[in-house]
Design a protein around this ligand. Sequence first.
Ligand code: PM9
Length: 475
Amino acid sequence: MDEQSRPSSLHTMGQQQDRRSWAEPYKIKVVEPLYMTTREQREKALAEAGYNTFLLHSRDVYIDLLTDSGTNAMSDRQWAGMMVGDEAYAGSENFYHLERTVKECYGYEYLVPTHQGRGAENILSSVKITPGDHVPGNMYFTTTRYHQEANGATFHDIIVDEAHDTSSLAEFKGNVDLDKLRCLIDEVGADKIPYVCVAATVNMAGGQPISMANMRAVRELTAEHGIAIYLDATRAVENALFIQEREEGYADKPIAEILKEFCSYSDGATMSGKKDPLVNIGGWLSTNDREVFEEARNMVVVYEGLHTYGGMAGRDMEAMAIGIRESLDDSYMKSRVGQVRYLGMLLEQWGIPFVKPVGGHGIFLDARGFYPHLDQEEFPAQMLAAQLYLESGVRAMERGIVSAGRDAVTSENHKPRLELVRLTIPRRVYTQAHMDVVAESVKECWDHRASVKGLEMVYEPRYLRFFQARFEPKV
Ligand code: PM9
């Protein structure tokens, strides 16, 4: 129903009640059952999983907020698209559809498909980085930094200081600090910086957006030095909503237009299709640089698959092409972020500490606020995620010292200021009632916070340890 044909009472309600402003612009056609467990079952499951929520069986989880990655519900249009999958080894029709869609929606000239985002990161890092290089970014992301370091670069965090402060209400906490970038260029020289890695709605900062003005300024500064910008466009459409809401001059522009302008300040992008593009698997690397493209297209056949599928089935590429268009619908994006804000609003009323302002894809609980009596090396966020599961069967993810890993040179633990637990909201999957249950479950943990003890890490994998590390409770 469009605004004109809405009954006036509903229309008025729409103006007055927050809830109306983000009601889902879709209805449910297919459902999947959820399973409840007893506390006894959860205690056993958690112990077997070594207190790591990544190691739980999904059958033992009630509401799964581990990640918004690949957990999206596809639309009827996308499922219909799956039926026209062209599974030819070479030259799949669906690849050309995806290529056209990325060009039209994101504006990049060349596309290299990959099995998911880290496949694109691997290729970009190998193509662009020479050992001894430096890659600045607006906060690290786990897989992104891994590939940069594995290719011999040093990562430098150049995000604004507010990003590390859970209570700062700055509207664009994902912004690049231009002075930090300038200092790095002066210190190491522009020829040692193959590209600046700019992420939209910065995941590890709590899904915090970067402004158009800042992106433009980064472009101007790097252009002076001939440095390229590669965007982590994984959640760039979510970022566009924040620009529309908060930045002067964008209130009347559609998200699609904002996205295109935003991307125009970069030379290319890596994409995890499992987020914004509303699919369950897939990714891509795009670029406007013909040389980078040629090299990447050559590498993709070694690591991913032929350059017209890159590890995806034809049907997956079709679903992604359709999903990208759906993600650009303004009413969808408002409901998506609106649901995250609704959960934040519930937690706020009980004074539960989390990263403010609420970001795009989840609520990031501040584990230091829950457990001030725990040292960071007792893994407070890991423990909070475990406690939440124990209380309620809700699964969340640690985003603190465990995720941050160790320094590539000294092997010391990175000790991020942010010690967070992420309640990540899958797209189009859960209802408002689920958010109510989640909020009440977090409240239970909040009420019982004083008696909680820390964890000890008893198994630590070498790479991206948060996925598989095991812990035991301290006695
Ligand atoms: N993000 C997430 O849950 C899934 C894996 S890490 C726990 O947030 C960004 C900003 C991401 C991201 C994945 C990737 C990698 C790149 N950039 O998972 O390889 O948030 O498709 O993408 C996850 P893939």
